[in-house]
Design a protein around this ligand. Sequence first.
Ligand SMILES: Cc1ncc(C[n+]2csc(CCOP(=O)(O)OP(=O)(O)O)c2C)c(N)n1
Ligand SMILES: [Mg+2]
Length: 272
Amino acid sequence: MKYSTELLKNLYRTMVRIRFCEESLVEPIIQGEVRCPCHLYSGQEAVAAGICTSLNEDDYVFGTHRSHGHFLAKGGSMAEMIAEIYGRETGCSRGRGGSMHLIAPEQGILGAAPIVAGTISLAMGAALASSIRRDNRVAVSFFGDGATGEGVLYECLNFAALKKLPLIFVCENNFYATHMPIRECRVENSIYKIAEPFCITSHELDGNDVLQVFEAGRTAVDQCRKGMGPTFIECLTYRFRGHVGPDDNIQGDHTDIRPRSEVESWLQKDPI
Ligand SMILES: Cc1ncc(C[n+]2csc(CCOP(=O)(O)OP(=O)(O)O)c2C)c(N)n1
Ligand SMILES: [Mg+2]
């Protein structure tokens, strides 16, 4: 067998842990017990699990507004994350940040933040530090398809390629940025192609196939550790819940404009 039972169990366990955690937040959010905005990660678990499992504990990850999965997969404490979401002093950001400000430096989780594309340059800074210190650490920047509309992504692609930084760009393309279908705001739908002009190895993969994601992560990590520079990985995936909270319709603030048939077809491709 190509993969050890231990590895397979680990990947599976990581995904199931994330899913249970996310789904356990649904009722408290609806009941108003959770007071901060929560962008649930259900449906995208294979991306966080696959990439984070290919990293060492002292490698770095940076996340977004939708980062519960990244935090848990990289070894963040579930208790501290839940405490943070509930605004408690015992939370990973001492209850001041909420769901979108998760951090655990000891586990290499150097921060999630809700500014779209806001942490890409921070991940690049961590990769630059690693390269100056020659400590062989890799940095991963997780971001959504919405980040492709922000200039800082392109600046970072150029600089990371120029300096051959140990940085992995992971775009979780779930086809929507809030309620905007990505096809309505981009002329080119294959996002991974944005890395080509910068001579960065880039490809698209099935982000719901945890082994494909893990393989891509492992290859990219190898390339980084050999000093060969960044990789751009586009993971095609889908969120099972609303943009923010369990269901935009239930919450009444927005309308989930995604066609029911499209949601149903992705539910058939559940990564777990
Ligand atoms: C710079 C900036 N512009 C707009 C917003 C409002 N906003 C919050 S999440 C989001 C969409 C993000 O979409 P994507 O990056 O695809 O991530 P997803 O929610 O799909 O995981 C937007 C526009 C923001 N937080 N930051
Ligand atoms: Mg998106």
